[in-house]
Every structure is written in structure tokens, then in C-alpha cells.
Design a protein around this ligand. Structure first.
Ligand SMILES: [Zn+2]
Length: 247
């Protein structure tokens, strides 16, 4: 392939722009907040599980407390009723009176047991409510952390994308200056060779693969016409001759 030496040199400018675009794509993928947000999302998922568990505990204990309250209330009502019967003097026999007094004594013992149970449930409920508040505070703090990380990530994206737009515009200006066949070869090699399609021959060395050419290779290149498109024997990239090529 042949191409004007000026077009070959211009290819190095295009390569620089393509390298810059590749670096920007890499920077966009490597924005630190992307990894941070992934970690925060894992913590958020764990917190959602905790939230469900603690809410279930609170509602279970609220039901248990309502039942414990009702149990105490029922026994209190029964004692009050027995007391009224005693005070009204409506008990007919000594046997009945003894039964009633016995029942009041036994209900009083029972109510102490029930009140202990009621107190214990209340303490458990308060504990669960404290845990629910702590989880809710964690959820709020995490949401703030995520919002901050998202804002920082989006700001980084905006900077990178603005730079990318500038470089892409420059590339769109440079690419049409090059002959179609040279550009086609460059794009093909660039795809095959990890993003670098053209490299300068600098002081006898290919800047694409850093290989120093043998004197024989340099002599062969020296003998070629200036518009001959040279390829590196090692990496197959387009080797562009410059005044610093060492030929
Ligand atoms: Zn090379």
C-alpha cells in the first residue's frame, strides 16, 4: 500500500486521539464510586433483610403484649367481681365464703405471674423497637452515603464525557483527511492489535511493540519509497517514518 508521507504522519495524530478515547473509556469504567456503590448496595440489601426481621419482631411482640395485657385485665376483672360479691355480703354460706376467699387468693397469685410475663414482653418489645430505630438510622445514613457517591460518580462521568466529546470531535475532523484505504488498514490493525494501529519508528525502534529493528530491516526500510506504507515485522502495526526514525 502507498500513502502520502504527510497522511502517514497524520495517522499518528489519529492514533493519539484514539488512544486518548480508549483511556477515557477506561477511566469511565474505573471511576472509584462504581465499586463503592456496589459495596453500598450489598450493605443496603443486608439492611433491608435486617429491617424486615426487626419489623416482624416488633409486630409479633406488639401482639404478645396485647395478649399479656388482656390476660392481666381478665384476671383483674375476676378479682374485682369477687371483691364486690364479698363486700355486698351476698354470700350465703360459710363454705361459699371460704371458696370465694380462696379464689381471690389464687387469682392474686396468678396475676403476679401474669404481670411478670407482661413486663418481660414489654421489655422485649422496647428492645426490638430500639433495634428498629437503629436499623432505620442506618438506612437513612446509607441512603445519604449512596446519594453522595452517586453525585460524585455522575460528576466524574460528566468530566470524562465532556473530554470524550472534545476528543471525538477532533477525531471526526482528522479522520476524513486520511485516504480511505490507509484508514481502513489502520482500523483493522488497531482492532487486531489492542487499540494501537499505527506507531512511529523512533530511533530504530517500533513504538508499538518497543522492538528495536535489526540493521538489515532498517536498511530495507531506508530503501523503500517515502510513500510506501511500512508494517512492523514483529507486531504488524503501521510503522510511520518520522525525522527521528534513525534511518
Ligand atoms: Zn512493532
Amino acid at each position: 500500500m502507498r500513502a502520502d508521507p504527510a497522511a502517514q504522519l497524520r495517522l499518528l495524530d489519529l492514533q493519539e486521539l484514539d488512544t486518548r478515547l480508549a483511556q477515557l473509556r477506561h477511566r469511565r469504567r474505573s471511576v472509584p464510586q462504581i465499586a463503592e456503590l456496589a459495596t453500598l448496595e450489598q450493605r443496603a440489601a443486608a439492611l433491608r433483610d435486617q429491617e424486615v426481621a426487626v419489623r416482624t419482631a416488633v409486630s409479633d411482640l406488639e401482639r404478645a403484649q396485647a395478649k399479656a395485657d388482656a390476660d392481666v385485665e381478665a384476671v383483674r376483672d375476676r378479682i374485682a367481681r369477687d371483691q364486690r360479691m364479698l363486700e355486698a355480703g351476698s354470700v350465703a354460706s360459710a363454705r361459699q365464703l371460704e371458696d370465694l376467699q380462696h379464689e381471690i387468693a389464687s387469682l392474686t397469685t396468678r396475676i403476679a405471674v401474669l404481670e411478670d410475663a407482661e413486663l418481660e414482653v414489654m421489655e422485649q418489645l422496647e428492645d426490638a423497637q430500639r433495634r428498629a430505630s437503629a436499623v432505620a438510622a442506618d438506612v437513612t445514613a446509607l441512603a445519604e452515603q449512596r446519594a453522595a457517591a452517586e453525585a460524585a460518580r455522575d460528576a466524574a462521568f460528566r468530566d470524562i464525557d465532556a473530554e470524550g466529546t472534545r476528543v471525538a470531535a477532533e477525531r471526526a475532523r482528522v479522520a476524513p483527511e486520511l485516504p480511505a484505504d490507509l484508514l481502513g488498514l489502520y482500523d483493522k490493525v488497531r482492532t487486531d492489535a489492542g487499540g494501537v494501529g499505527a506507531a512511529a519508528l523512533h530511533r530504530g525502534r517500533c513504538q508499538g511493540c518497543q522492538l528495536t529493528l535489526t540493521p538489515a530491516d532498517l536498511g530495507r526500510i531506508r530503501g523503500l519509497a517515502a510513500d510506501e506504507v511500512v508494517r512492523c515485522e514483529e507486531c504488524r502495526r503501521i510503522l510511520v517514518r518520522t525525522p527521528e526514525s534513525g534511518l
